[in-house]
Design a protein around this ligand. Structure first.
Ligand code: C2E
Ligand code: MG
Ligand code: MG
Length: 667
């Protein structure tokens, strides 16, 4: 799927129109506000023009007619004559609608049309008498004191009149000028202004629209890209676990609605870690990309493929008649030779699958069961396996535990407990063994025998050992100044030893922890060595070269070829607990332990007795010449904090006080 159609579809035209309409609103509002203020501006310009016309008339025509006496002292006949002539002229040619003169008390002393005498005195007239010009836009005869028909728009002006040689204020000029010629003038200018405003707003609209559209498109693309990235695997560009879960659920529901079967499969590559370790991560990545492409081209919608983990793919098949056949074909496709970094490689895969609704209808449960089936396929090396509830040849609960363990490692549910190893002669602690426990969220603290044998069957043991190694080395490095040479033992499984790159990984862990090789003991059982003696010898050889001590765990319980012992770089034999229990009461067991100690010493190896629980056992073991003991007698395995206390309080004295006063938490 491309990023373009990864998210909900939208109509570009609708988007375009909606944006256009939304952008129109602010532009129109701006237009209205500007038009309103232009109109206001035009009106005040009209009034200003009226005022200057009135001023011109007052100064050039009326004031020269007056002799300088206040108008309250009656107009002279010549003044009256001059005024009448002037008024007749200006009113006739339409320049003025009405002309009145008022004395300084506001009373009308001259009026071109005989109106206004004996009227109530208006405030405007008094203002003008006090020296202020008052101008307003109104309608003819609309003053409350006026009688007569209300007429067209006029500019009404009250203006002080100064006359005579001394330019004294003598009265008030009241003038009504027709507004139409003035407003025609003003409107002509306003029209131009409106045109410019319209053009400006249109340009602004286009610019805002273009910018918003461009920004919006970029944002939408970014959101699409983010959504896509959140749901896809960066390496293969396939859907990731999140999207797979959603797709599988949708397909499951569709199948249930249509009464069709949906197959959900989990494909896990076998020994993929080895490719990473031997050829490098880049090659591992390129292998995954090629395989993803190969599988994707084989599947057709609505079937889907996803990369749901490091070397895990998920597949959903809709209404497929022969899912086993299709999955088998996918497995063959994976197995077909592929060239990685110039090398021809061939990879195996284990596939587990379920068919809904037969195996269930809950997507989470189905995925879990497919996972379980995949582990069965891995254990049995049987390729493609369907989960069957009826099948009894494996314990589903145990296998579920394996699928949970992957999460447990990631979520830090594993804990390490440490059990001291004590030197028999000096009674001093010479090291500790790390023993893993699983703080299971539901089942409580689980001991290794519950999960290690299961995990050892799968690649998960690599992750587990890697985690234990890193944790143990970090912990022992934190024990404090008194214990800077403390050695820590880590148990290692056959599968770890057989993996190419294991030794390098351990050496890397030592480097990370900043510890010398001598601080680590690797405990391997005889059986682990015998599972793949050649690989084991290689791994142990490399480790030994790096100074790491090698201990053979549970010695005596397996079938080690004695020849192997001489050839492997071993430092220590750990006698199986079975020979130590009640050793004093069995001369046979004492004899065996005695022989192992002698054999070990002949080969130059240290010998450890584990599972020492009583003082009698300790005494017998000591008599055999055994070098080191480990067991509940001294301490049970315990968490790091408790070990630190124990070391400081108990182990600093020799001989060590036996447990009962202070011990580990393992019951
Ligand atoms: P092991 O390596 O032989 O570890 C010794 C086991 O004996 C531990 O059991 C320890 O608690 C127990 N033990 C020690 N002293 C006494 C004693 O005096 N009496 C009795 N009855 N038992 C004693 P634990 O911790 O249950 O581990 C069991 C096995 O699980 C280990 O045997 C080891 O094989 C495996 N294991 C533990 N941790 C790891 C790990 O991190 N990785 C791997 N691969 N295996 C581990
Ligand atoms: Mg051990
Ligand atoms: Mg053991």
């Amino acid at each position: 799927m491309s990023p373009a159609n990864a998210v909900t579809r939208y109509s570009p035209l609708r988007q375009f129109v909606t944006l256009g309409v939304i952008m129109m609103v602010p532009v129109l509002l701006l237009g209205l506000v500007l038009a309103h203020s232009y109109q206001g501006e035009a009106n005040s310009r009209g009034l200003a023009q009226g005022r200057s016309e009135a001023l011109l008339m007052a100064q050039s025509a009326i004031e020269p007619l007056l002799d300088g006496r206040p108008l309250s002292q009656q107009l002279t006949p010549s003044e009256l004559m001059g005024l009448r002539t002037l008024a007749t002229d200006v009113v006739r040619n339409g320049n003025v609608r009405r002309l009145r003169l008022r004395n300084l008390h506001g009373a009308v002393v001259f009026s071109d049309d005989g109106s206004g005498f004996h009227q109530r005195i208006e405030d405007e007239a008094l203002s003008a008498a006090a020296g202020h010009t008052v101008t307003r836009l109104t309608r003819f005869n609309s003053d409350v004191v006026d009688r007569g028909k209300i007429g067209t728009e006029v500019v009404e002006i009250y203006m002080p009149l100064d006359a005579g040689s001394a330019h004294r204020r003598v009265g008030v000029l009241e003038l009504y000028l027709p507004y139409t010629p003035i407003s025609n003038d003003v409107r002509a200018g306003l029209r131009m202004l409106y045109l410019n405003l319209a053009i400006g707003l249109a340009l602004l609209y286009v610019a805002i629209f273009a910018i918003s559209y461009w920004v919006g498109r970029r944002l939408r693309r970014q959101v699409k890209l983010n959504t896509y990235q959140a749901e896809h695997d960066a390496l293969t560009d396939l859907p990731n676990r999140t999207l797979f879960h959603r797709q599988a659920k949708a397909e499951l529901l569709r199948g249930l609605r249509l009464g069709q079967a949906t197959t959900i499969a989990i494909i896990d590559l076998d020994r993929f870690k080895e490719v990473n370790d031997t050829l490098g991560h880049q090659s591992g990545d390129s292998l995954l990309t090629s395989l993803g492409l190969r599988l994707a081209t084989h599947l057709r919608p609505p079937d889907s493929l996803a990369r749901i983990g490091g070397d895990e793919f998920g597949v959903v098949l809709s209404n497929v008649a022969d899912p086993e056949g299709v999955l088998g074909r996918l497995r063959e496709l994976i197995h077909e030779e592929i060239e990685v970094s110039g090398l021809p490689l061939s990879v195996e895969a284990s596939i587990g699958y379920v068919i809904a609704p037969e195996d269930g209808t809950d997507i989470d449960e189905l995925l879990q069961l497919a996972d379980v089936a995949m582990y069965v396929a891995k254990n049995d090396r049987s390729g493609v396996v369907r989960y069957l509830r009826s099948q009894n040849h494996y314990d589903a609960a145990k296998l579920t535990l394996i699928t949970e363990l992957r999460q447990a490692i990631a979520e830090g549910q594993l804990v390490l407990h440490y059990q001291p190893k004590v030197d028999v002669l000096s009674q001093r602690v010479i090291g500790v063994e790390s023993l893993v426990r699983w703080q299971h969220p539901v089942q409580g603290l689980l001991y290794p025998d519950r999960f290690i044998p299961l995990v050892e069957q799968t690649d998960l043991i690599d992750d587990l050992t890697e985690w234990v190694m890193a944790r143990a080395l970090a912990d022992v490095g934190r024990l404090g100044a008194n214990w800077t040479s403390m050695n820590v033992a880590v148990n290692v499984s056959a599968r770890n030893l057989g993996r190419v790159g294991f030794a390098a990984q351990v050496i890397g862990a030592l480097t990370n922890a900043g510890l010398a090789g001598g601080r680590l003991t690797v405990e391997v059982t005889e059986t682990a060595i015998m599972a793949d003696p050649i690989r084991a010898a290689e791994s142990l050889g490399e480790l030994s070269k790096a100074g790491v001590r090698i201990s053979v765990d549970d010695f005596g319980s397996g079938q080690t070829s004695l020849g192997m012992l001489a050839n492997l770089p071993i430092n220590e034999l750990k006698i199986d607990r079975g020979f130590i229990a009640d050793i004093g009461s069995s001369s046979a067991r004492t004899g065996i332990v005695q022989s192992i100690v002698e054999l070990g010493h002949h080969l130059g190896l240290g010998v450890v007795a584990e599972g020492v629980e009583t003082v009698e056992e300790l005494e017998t073991v000591a008599m055999t010449g055994c070098d080191v003991v480990q067991g509940y007698l001294y301490a049970r395995p315990m968490p790091l904090e408790q070990l630190a206390l124990w070391l400081d309080e108990v182990a600093t004295m020799a001989p060590i006080r036996f447990a009962g006063t202070l011990g580990g938490v393992d019951a």
